[in-house]
Structures are given as structure tokens and as C-alpha cells.
Design a binder for this molecule. Structure first.
Ligand SMILES: Cc1cc2nc3c(=O)[nH]c(=O)nc-3n(C[C@H](O)[C@H](O)[C@H](O)COP(=O)(O)OP(=O)(O)OC[C@H]3O[C@@H](n4cnc5c(N)ncnc54)[C@H](O)[C@@H]3O)c2cc1C
Length: 476
């Protein structure tokens, strides 16, 4: 049998695929990468980077309006969307060279831009060229799922793939979906001056999170003027971009009209599995999902998947983690490599909501023996200094104090969760967080203060009486 031309062929040049390609090449593998559209993937062009850049401009406008909270005369800006979106484009342009074909070629990766498909279990063809490899990695990501609402397409509904191309102002945005993307964009557009109405079949925002935590975010969005229709769906949309009319149907069947200028669909994602001729490669796909084992291997043992197309949580950091797992197996043949189950995430609203491990609700539903410890930001001195006292941290431990999970809703929650991620990953106890010195005054001390609640819990009147007796203390 002829030796395959490459050690690794990567299909898809987004977060996961790029890490496989760069990592493989740096370790001495002969790597080819095929990208159908633009290197950098969703995260760079239509996801994390543009959404967080937009949210920052929106946060500045919001802070200006409410500067009196910090004893500064407020100013009501009237932001125009075009320059804000130009800033978004500028940030993307700044990052793009890092993910470009030129850079990857300079790393030794054989990059092809084109739309290819498997032509055999060990061969992928693109632009008339047949690429054979010991290992293939499918890293084709996901795309927005569009609900079958009559009139949606005709109304020029936006998705995350078209939203950041907008240059005209958006007087009234109708958002379909109140998950992380819908919530982040609802707040950003509201702060940039749009009226915003959100419709969701769920009874509240961020249904994956504990209700008490999501409620902190929801209350803030409502206070900022985002209007919600929960337990409701859109029956039809009429009109075109600029003047659209949605018929919103409540769970009681009552219909009401919502007039808006633009519609944004943020109602879930679909894995990109079409067009690759996966069946030719012997890769089983079930209900739009590639069948993978715990090691991210498909039903063809030489083909792995990483990132959103793997069908689990859809995050850039998880795609990158998958890449490392697959590289270990492809290069070092370490068959035991499988992804970590400790996956953090954050919804970047203001306040942010970040989590790792099971939530309190999940611990209950899974029947885990657990205890919960909370601490509020309004008792953290730094939060008071910053004027950001809404929210709290929640630790979920087993009865022995071992950390199972943590969630934080509040300022910079996405940064603060990192300590808990390490603690959960390493199987630490709440006491480990308590005993680590945290710089004062930091928001991060909320992790220690939440963990301290467990120590305090141990201080019952009986244990206090024993301490007093043993050590001869004289207090009350
Ligand atoms: C609005 C929004 C905000 C987000 N914010 C965050 C965030 O804050 N934090 C976070 O962690 N995640 C966030 N995500 C999710 C994150 O963008 C994805 O999880 C991440 O990009 C997945 O990486 P990937 O490599 O699987 O796919 P991608 O990065 O999307 O890369 C897939 C690549 O494959 C290419 N491709 C597709 N089909 C083919 C084919 N047939 N042949 C060749 N190439 C193909 C695509 O063009 C693309 O370049 C966000 C997503 C959205 C939509």
C-alpha cells in the first residue's frame, strides 16, 4: 500500500482546525489544511471576536449615559452603528493575519482554499487534488439553525453571519432566541440605542443556568429596556428589512403583532456535515451529527472530529482543547487521550454569567449528594469601589467539600471563574480556595469568600463551646 502523502489533513480552518494544523506542523508532522471559506472560522469572523467588540462599544455608551453612578456628569451619546461596526471590522482585521493562509504556509502547513469531499476512506479531494493522510480531522464547525417561520427569509432576517456586516442604524431589533448569543446581542443593540424585543419559547433567558443566576442578568436587561415575550413563538413575519411585522403567539394561543425594523435569529446551531461525502469515508452521521466515541474518533478510525461539529458544547476553548486531544492521538498514538469533562463557559452580558461543572439544578437533577455555598458581590469591597455590586458566586461541593462546580454572575465573571476551573479540574476542596491568599481588594476574593462559607458552617455552637473549653478562651 502506498504511503499516505500527509500525516494529518485538516478540513476546516477555524478555532479547532487551526490549532491541529499549527500544533501538528510544529511537532514535525506533514500537515495539509483545507478551508472552504475564510481561515479563522466563526469565532474570528462572525462569533466571539465581533460580538465582544460590539459589546464593548455598547458598554462604553452605557457607561457614558450612567456616568453619574461614578459621580461624573453623564452624557447621552447617540451612537451610529456604521462606525461601531467599522471598529468591529478593524479588530477582526487586526487578528486575521494570525489565522491567514500565509501565516500557516510559513509554519509549513499545505493550505488549500476550496470545497472538497472524501473520495475514499483515506482520501479527500479538493480543487482536483487528491490528499491522502494517516489521520484526517474534520473541523468544519457549525452554522446558525433557522427556524421554519414563514416570511423570515423574505424579511432579510439576520444571523450572526450577516449581523456584523450591517452599517445602517437599527431602530428596532427583534431577536429570536434568548440564549447566550441572543442575550449578548439584545443588550449590545439596546445600549447602542435600538429598541429591542426578544421572543423565546422558553420561560426565561439562559435556561441552561440556574434560575437565580439567570434572573440577575434578565433583570438587568429588562431594566435597560429590553422587552421579552417568553413562552411564545413567532407564527409569521411580514415585510422586509426596515419595516417588519412579526406575529407572536403566546402559549395560550393569543397572537399579538410586534413591529420592528430588523430580525436577528439566534435560535441554535447546526453542525456542518453536509457536502463532505462522509458516507464515502465510512463516517456515520446520525440526525445531522457525526457519530464519535469518547476519544473524538468517528466510525472510520483514521478520521477524528474537533470543535462544534463534534456535537457537544460549542465553544472556541473546547475546540482548541479537542485539537490537543486529537493531536496527541494522531502523533504520539496515546490511545487514552480523551477530552476533559470540566468545561467552563461564560455568557458575556453585563453582568457576565460564567460556570464550570454542574449547576445547583443539575446536581439536584443528577441526584448528586451536594452542598451549595453562596457569596454576594455587594459584600466584596472591590465590587463596591467599582460600583458593580449585583450578582453572586455559588460553589457546589460534595459533602466532603470537594468542588464539583461553580457559577458566578457579576462583574468579570468570565475571568473570575478561572480559579474554580483549576480547582474543579484538580479535584480541590473548598478549603483549598479558603487557604489561598487572594490579593486585596480584588473581585477574585469572592471565590475565597464563597469557600469560607463552608468553614463557617462548621462553626456550630457546640464546636465553638469545645474550642473555648480546650483553648481556655474567655469570649461570649
Ligand atoms: C455570535 C457568536 C458568539 C460566540 N461567542 C463565543 C464566545 O464568546 N466564546 C466561545 O468560546 N465561543 C463563542 N462562540 C462559539 C465559537 O465561535 C465556536 O465554538 C468556535 O468557532 C468553534 O470552532 P470550530 O473550529 O469548531 O469551528 P469554526 O471556528 O466555525 O471553524 C470551522 C471552519 O470550517 C470551515 N468549513 C466549513 N465547512 C467546510 C468544508 N466542507 N470544507 C472545508 N472547510 C469548511 C468554515 O468555513 C470555518 O472556517 C460564539 C459563536 C457565535 C455564533
Amino acid at each position: 500500500m502506498a504511503r499516505p502523502e500527509f500525516d494529518i489533513v485538516v478540513i476546516g480552518g477555524g478555532a479547532g482546525g487551526l490549532v491541529v494544523a499549527a500544533g501538528g506542523a510544529s511537532l514535525g508532522a506533514k500537515v495539509a489544511l483545507v478551508e472552504k471559506h475564510k481561515m479563522g472560522g466563526d469565532c474570528l469572523w462572525y462569533g466571539c471576536v465581533p460580538s465582544k467588540t460590539l459589546s464593548k462599544s455598547a458598554a462604553v455608551a452605557h457607561a457614558m449615559r450612567h456616568a453619574d453612578r461614578w459621580a461624573i456628569p453623564p452624557h447621552a451619546p447617540a451612537p451610529r452603528l456604521a462606525p461601531v461596526m467599522e471598529r468591529v471590522a478593524g479588530v477582526i482585521r487586526g487578528i486575521e493575519p494570525h489565522d491567514s493562509p500565509e501565516r500557516f504556509r510559513s509554519l509549513g502547513v499545505d493550505v488549500t482554499l476550496g470545497d472538497g469531499k472524501f473520495v475514499a476512506p483515506d482520501a479527500f479531494e479538493v480543487n482536483g487534488r487528491r490528499l491522502t493522510a494517516k489521520t484526517f480531522v474534520v473541523a468544519t464547525g457549525s452554522r446558525p439553525a433557522t427556524p421554519p417561520i414563514p416570511g423570515l427569509a423574505e424579511a432579510g432576517a439576520l444571523t450572526n453571519e450577516t449581523l456584523f456586516d450591517l452599517r445602517e442604524d437599527v431602530p428596532h431589533l427583534l431577536v429570536v432566541g434568548s440564549g447566550p448569543i441572543g442575550s449578548e446581542m439584545a443588550q449590545a443593540f439596546r445600549r447602542l440605542g435600538s429598541e429591542v424585543t426578544v421572543v423565546d419559547v422558553a420561560p426565561r433567558i439562559l435556561p441552561r443556568e440556574d434560575a437565580d443566576m439567570a434572573d440577575v442578568v434578565q433583570r438587568r436587561l429588562v431594566a435597560e429596556g429590553v422587552r421579552y415575550h417568553f413562552e411564545a413563538s413567532i407564527a409569521k413575519v411580514e415585510g422586509r428589512r426596515g419595516a417588519v411585522r412579526a406575529t407572536v403567539k403566546g402559549k395560550d394561543g393569543a397572537e399579538r403583532a410586534v413591529e420592528a425594523t430588523h430580525v436577528l435569529v439566534a435560535a441554535g446551531r447546526k453542525a456542518n456535515v453536509e457536502g463532505l461525502a462522509l458516507d464515502v469515508a465510512g463516517v456515520k452521521v446520525d440526525q445531522g451529527r457525526i457519530v464519535v466515541d469518547a476519544r473524538l474518533r468517528t466510525t472510520n478510525p483514521r478520521i477524528y472530529v474537533v470543535g462544534d461539529v463534534a456535537g457537544g458544547y460549542q465553544f472556541t476553548h473546547l475546540a482548541e482543547h479537542h485539537a490537543g486531544i486529537v493531536l496527541r492521538q494522531a502523533i504520539f498514538k496515546l490511545f487514552w487521550a480523551k477530552p476533559s469533562t470540566v468545561v467552563p463557559w461564560c455568557t458575556y452580558t453585563d453582568p457576565e454569567l460564567a460556570r464550570v461543572g454542574p449547576s445547583e439544578d443539575e446536581a439536584k437533577r443528577q441526584g448528586l449528594a451536594h452542598k451549595v455555598y453562596r457569596f454576594a458581590f455587594d459584600e466584596i469591597d472591590r465590587a463596591r469601589a467599582e460600583g458593580e455590586t449585583e450578582g453572586f458566586a455559588k460553589l457546589v461541593t460534595d459533602p466532603s467539600g470537594k468542588l464539583l462546580g461553580a457559577a458566578i454572575v457579576g462583574p468579570h465573571a468570565g475571568e473570575l471563574i478561572a480559579e474554580a476551573v483549576l480547582a474543579v479540574t484538580k479535584g480541590m476542596k473548598a478549603g483549598d480556595l479558603s487557604s489561598a491568599i487572594h490579593a486585596y481588594p480584588t473581585l477574585a476574593s469572592i471565590n475565597r469568600r464563597a469557600a469560607d462559607q463552608r468553614l463557617k458552617e462548621g462553626l456550630t455552637p457546640t464546636s465553638k463551646a469545645w474550642i473555648k473549653r480546650i483553648f481556655g478562651l474567655q469570649g461570649a
